[in-house]
Design a protein around this ligand. Structure first.
Ligand SMILES: Cc1ncc(COP(=O)(O)O)c(C=O)c1O
Length: 413
């Protein structure tokens, strides 16, 4: 089946989205205002994304009002471009990078390309460290919606002469009302990068980088120009403007009411629902049932989740609002028809013990969430091999593992 056929099949089956992007198959937000004819390039009057002084500067100025005191730059190639650019903007000025929490692969790609040294640290240990002239890169919130308290950490790092970059890919909706966690923008981080496309109703690829100081903003812009396409999609850019208006206008009553009803109906059907700091993230389980089996059962009903791990099935909830078209009723019907069939496990017989103790030639990254299990150069341990076999038996996509296998198999032959 070709790609267009596959997408049409999902449409025909009325697939239900509990995953990113935040417009949930165009049922949330205002993207119906976009027209295909908006797909233009940087012609007269449409400005230059990497040196904006017209309509795109106006867009950036609008975005910068999210938090007074910040510069903003719209991007079309996701938070990945923002992370690459932020790391490069700081690489010559800091002694090293401290990576806090489970960072996405784009962070390690940026560090690798920049050729800088880094250390991984635990969020809780950060307050006890003397950071000095470092760049501290914090992933906030986590993929599954954990949002630890930031003010003290940011204040302390900055007071010690450090620079704080926050990968807020999953938090573009933070601060949308007082019942959601605050963005790191509110706490004065130096650079904050948000994927508008993940949790707000914007097109995939839509992101924004916010920078506090003008000189740093200028350096980030230099690298955005290096890394980002020079043919930006005006559909994506226009979707950022619409998503930002959505953010400004959002009222949360409908969201919290529908969310409460959904959680109640899930619990009524025997699900256990784990809530996160971010009210738009929940993790589902059914006692005695493997999360992988549950994930598969939902897929078979055309209810697509964001991710499955040992902790459960992650749902990114729609930002329900007055007048949204999200198919909650249809979801309810499909949950009633859910059948948990025989185990989806495919016992992996492969012997990977030959990898033990050998340095990875490529990072090994379960995807999603895109957080490396081991980095290039790190040695395979028994625990890592066990985890790979376990994930493989549940059909989890693991980037980089086949390259390692092929490399060492040839080496052994
Ligand atoms: C924590 C985190 N940071 C960064 C990224 C990259 O964001 P984008 O897809 O907008 O490039 C992701 C993508 O999933 C992510 O989960």
């Amino acid at each position: 089946m070709g790609l267009v056929d596959k997408l049409n099949a999902l449409k025909r089956d009325h697939a239900i989205s509990m995953h990113v992007p935040g417009h949930k198959n165009m049922t949330i937000g205002n993207l119906e205002q976009l027209e295909w004819s908006y797909d233009k390039t940087e012609i007269t009057g449409l400005d230059d994304l990497h040196s904006p002084d017209g309509v795109l500067l106006e867009l950036n100025n609008l975005l910068s009002k999210k938090e007074p005191g910040y510069n903003a730059q719209a991007m079309v190639n996701g938070t990945t471009t923002g992370i690459l650019s932020a790391v490069h903007a700081l690489k010559d000025d800091v002694e090293k990078f401290l990576i806090v929490g489970d960072a996405h692969k784009s962070v390690y790609h940026a560090l690798d390309l920049a050729g800088v040294s880094f250390e991984k640290v635990n969020f809780d240990n950060l307050l006890e460290m003397s950071v000095g002239n470092t760049a501290v890169l914090i992933t906030y919130p986590s993929y599954s919606g954990r949002a630890p308290s930031l003010p003290e950490v940011i204040e302390q790092v900055r007071a010690a002469g450090g620079t704080v970059i926050v990968d807020e890919a999953h938090g573009a909706h933070f601060g949308i009302t007082g019942r959601f966690p605050q963005s790191a923008l509110r706490h004065g981080a130096d650079i904050v990068i948000q994927s508008y496309h993940k949790m707000l109703p914007a097109l995939t690829g839509a992101s924004v980088v916010f920078t506090k100081e003008q000189a740093l903003h200028n350096r980030v812009m230099k690298y955005i120009d290096h890394f980002e396409t020079s043919s930006p999609s005006y559909l994506i850019l226009a979707s950022i403007e619409l998503a930002h208006q959505f953010y400004n206008d959002f009222e949360d009553e409908v969201f919290f009411q529908k969310r409460a009803e959904l959680i109640k109906s899930l619990e009524h059907r025997g699900f256990s629902v784990t809530k996160a700091d971010d009210p738009a993230k929940i993790v589902l389980n059914i006692e005695g049932v493997s999360p992988y089996l549950l994930f598969d059962a939902l897929n078979r009903k055309d209810v697509y989740s964001e991710m499955v791990t040992e902790e459960g099935v992650l749902w990114c909830l729609p930002l329900f609002h007055e007048g949204d078209n999200y198919p909650l009723e249809s979801l309810s019907g499909r949950l009633d028809e859910l059948t948990l069939v025989e185990d989806v496990r495919n016992e992996v017989q492969e012997d990977l013990s030959f990898l033990l103790g050998r340095p990875a030639v490529r990072a090994v990254v379960p995807y999603p969430p895109g957080i490396p299990l081991i980095h290039e150069g790190e040695r395979f341990t028994e625990e890592v091999i066990k985890s790979i076999i376990h994930k493989k038996s549940y059909h989890v996509k693991i980037e980089g593992i086949e390259e390692n296998i092929a490399y060492y198999k040839v080496d052994d032959a």
